[in-house]
Design a binder for this molecule. Structure first.
Ligand code: AAL
Length: 401
């Protein structure tokens, strides 16, 4: 089957038992799914006059192959990105290539995490607190050389004076753009997180930072006064009223789409995990201004943003939180995503491989890339992942008999 012919989305009903939204109109018209002998045979249905709910869903599935269904495994890196005690290296960017070398950017900090109860002036509240953005290069994607810092925290009083972290890279028109999270001191529970941008004509820098953040949380929530807890709210506000996280900019349809994770003031545990959603903000130019889409949120699940272009649209790996976690979704317009596959245990905080032709296969950018691992709650290191598709259960030799 030709890959590009199977882009029809696998709807929520068809994909996973955690998704109990009922039939979408695209696959289950009022008079029920089309029942053909070929489909009855394909899905092994006993009796076409006695259809279980599962059989009805199967009959409603689009013509579909195995293309989006992949499995992951992780491996250790060598050189400077191997685990180093006392050092946090985490949230790797996508991998790009320049002058024959792979490049990656990441959050780096030193020392243990103290939490919010320690002295706020000196404490490091999270592993991603008091970070700078560093970068490393590699000939083969396995052994990495740490080159040094790329973007440092700002001067005291600036919007990024406390931490710059969770970075992504975009190459566009001979320029390089790093977008990343920023926090301004003091790092208290209710601190807002914003997104900064830096640009350079070389992946080795020097980088020029935006004077103001390019994205901020929505300003429509209300804390309960006199408390410090981020869960104590009068009004939760929009899905991104507390934090805009995990930014990733992708050039798409003549514009620049900044995908991000939104965290909400007064976040609750919803079905499927934390109340985490994704949004998108769109600009005419790489430096902005980025305008949040009125269609936000564009995902009610997920955690770190992991997106790539495929077949004229955008694909997104949704992990960790929400009812649609552990799925790959695809959208023709970058806004309206449908589930394509269910993915067992995807790696966290993926940096995809942007050096390959993303059109070659729906998940080509995921054949290998970088992720991070919690070695301890204090210290994380960057690792490599690879992914593959199971073509057959069991042994090939048996099949050939
Ligand atoms: C990650 C990301 C963001 C958060 C923290 C560091 O998984 O979602 O980067 O701020 O955790």
């Amino acid at each position: 089957m030709k890959l590009k012919k199977v882009i029809t989305p696998l709807l929520a009903t068809a994909c996973s038992s955690v998704l109990f939204t009922g039939c979408g109109t695209q696959t289950c018209p009022d008079n029920g799914p089309e029942v053909t002998d070929a489909k009855i045979y394909r899905y092994g249905i006993t009796n076409k006059d006695s259809l279980s709910a599962a059989s009805k869903r199967a009959l409603a599935w689009p013509e579909y192959g195995n293309e989006w269904f992949i499995h992951f495994e992780e491996q250790e890196l060598k050189g400077d990105l191997a685990y180093e005690e006392g050092v946090v290296r985490r949230d790797p960017s996508a991998v790009i290539q320049h002058n024959g070398k792979y490049y990656v950017w990441y959050s780096k900090s030193i020392g243990p995490t103290d939490g919010f109860d320690a002295d706020i002036e000196t404490a490091k509240v999270f592993p991603w607190d008091r970070c700078d953005i560093w970068y490393a290069t590699s000939e083969d994607g396995w052994t990495w050389k740490e080159e040094g810092p790329a973007v440092l925290r700002g001067e005291p009083g600036s919007y990024d004076d406390r931490s710059v972290f969770t970075v992504e890279i975009m190459e566009w028109d001979s320029m390089y753009y790093l977008c990343y999270q920023t926090v301004k001191s003091p790092y208290v529970e209710r601190v807002k997180n914003q997104v900064g941008l830096a640009w350079s004509n070389s992946p080795d820098g020097p980088w020029t930072k935006s004077e103001e953040p390019i994205l901020s949380p929505s300003n429509d929530g209300e804390w309960i006064e006199g408390k410090v807890s981020r869960f104590a709210v009068k009004n939760k506000g929009s899905f991104d009223s507390h934090k805009v996280h995990d930014p990733c900019i992708i050039p798409f349809k003549g514009k620049f789409y900044l995908y991000y994770k939104g965290e909400r003031m007064g976040e609750e545990m919803y079905f499927g995990g934390r109340e985490i959603r994704h949004g998108v903000a769109i600009a005419d130019n790489p430096k902005g201004p980025y305008i949040k889409s009125p269609f936000n949120p564009i995902s009610n699940s997920g955690h770190e943003v992991c997106i790539w272009k495929y077949n004229g649209g955008i694909a997104s790996l949704i992990t960790t939180d929400g009812p649609e976690k552990n799925t790959i979704q695809w959208s023709p317009d970058g806004i309206n995503f449908e589930i394509m596959s269910y993915i067992p245990t995807p790696p966290h905080a993926i940096g995809v491989n942007r050096t390959v032709d993303s059109e070659k296969d729906p998940t080509e950018v995921l054949r290998w890339g970088l992720t991070h691992e919690y070695v301890t709650s204090d210290y994380q290191c960057i690792r490599r992942f690879s992914s593959w598709r199971k073509e057959r259960h069991g042994n090939f030799a048996d099949f050939a008999k």
